[in-house]
Design a protein around this ligand. Structure first.
Ligand code: MG
Length: 332
């Protein structure tokens, strides 16, 4: 199979700020395998960048073989090329699924046997800023059923309160490992008063005692994100959190994400499907399996002003899949 990489500079509508850092623009990497498309969304805090992705894809292209239907064995080969590199692996996995779907003439949700739901809303992220700006940002972005607020920074409760002032919709918060357990207990109690739906990654991924203590002290559901890459990472959090956040760029693609949903269910966990700042290629790939999860956080393409691709759309805040075969994405 023939592999090529296309690069696009994409720009954020509003500066994207979390405990991991801030950015105004990003380079999107689109992998093309015989006409099948996939996206790598590398982030520095998982040890990836555009160069590591290109390097991995270069090595991986030598082991792909010539049958895209062998995704399972190709995935095993990719793990032998190098550990980690999950966003690069995800791009290859997406491209293979896109290619397979195009060859079969069916969209990928059908390939997985999934009935698309009509009532699945994505959350929309309000970027960290001063409370007044965040209130205005929320008012300027009406029509979403759920807003997500990044916390874990000084003054974060006031920020959530400002968004709450601007909307009656659901609010989810994500601390990106930004709190100590003592801070988390106090702040989550405040967030409960603001009618927040759940809290994502309040503590460092390895603070398992902290999660145990926090969960015994608060009622708000807790979702693990940063420490959960693949299915094997899930059992460790049993009894410590209420759910996990799966992202294709962490799991290494659709195939592993599909398995993770089953593993999470077996551990009686809720499932959230999240994303990075990505184009419609990566977001549409995730949307193809999103009907299996409880919470969709697929707003990466909504946060950029110059998405080079089209795919999944929103109807009144609800995700709508494209009709085309494979991922159903197209260059604009
Ligand atoms: Mg998160």
């Amino acid at each position: 199979m023939k592999v090529s990489i296309k690069e696009h500079d994409i720009h954020l509508v509003t500066t994207f700020r979390t405990t991991h850092g801030a950015s105004d623009s990003k380079r999107a990497l689109i992998i093309d395998i015989d006409g099948g498309l996939g996206e790598a969304a590398p982030v520095h805090y998982y040890g990836e960048n555009t160069e590591t992705v290109k390097d991995f894809v270069g090595k991986a292209s030598k082991v792909l073989g010539d049958d895209p239907f062998q995704i399972e064995s190709i995935s095993e080969k990719l793990d032998r090329v190098a550990a980690l590199n999950y966003s690069a692996k995800a791009a290859i996995d997406m491209a293979l699924h896109d290619l397979v779907g195009k060859k079969l003439g069916i969209p990928i949700h059908k390939y997985f046997g999934i009935t698309p739901r009509r009532d699945l809303a994505t959350s929309f992220t309000i970027s960290i800023s001063d409370p007044e700006t965040m209130k205005k940002q929320t008012e300027k972005s009406p029509g979403y059923h759920v807003y997500k607020v990044k916390v874990g920074v000084p003054g974060d409760i006031e920020m959530v309160a400002a968004v709450r002032d601007a909307t009656k919709a659901k609010i989810r918060v994500d601390a990106n490992e930004g709190w100590t357990v003592k801070e988390a207990i106090a702040r989550v109690k405040e967030l409960e008063k603001l009618d927040v739906e759940f809290i994502e990654q309040p503590l460092n991924r390895d603070d398992l005692d902290g999660f145990k203590l926090l969960r015994s002290r608060v009622d708000l559901p807790i979702i693990a994100d940063e420490g959960v890459f693949r299915a094997t990472d899930i059992p460790r959090y049993t009894g410590l959190v209420d759910g996990i956040n799966i992202k294709l760029s962490k799991s290494g693609g659709l195939r592993e994400a599909f398995k993770m949903i089953a593993v999470a269910r077996a551990h009686r966990m809720k499932v959230m499907l999240g994303c990075m700042v990505e184009t419609s290629v990566g977001i549409t790939a995730a949307a193809q399996i999103a009907s299996l999860v409880d919470y969709a956080d697929l707003d990466g393409n909504l946060l950029i002003s110059d998405d080079p691709y089209s795919g999944v759309t929103l109807d009144n805040g609800y995700l709508r899949l494209p009709d085309g075969p494979g991922l159903g994405v197209a260059a604009k």
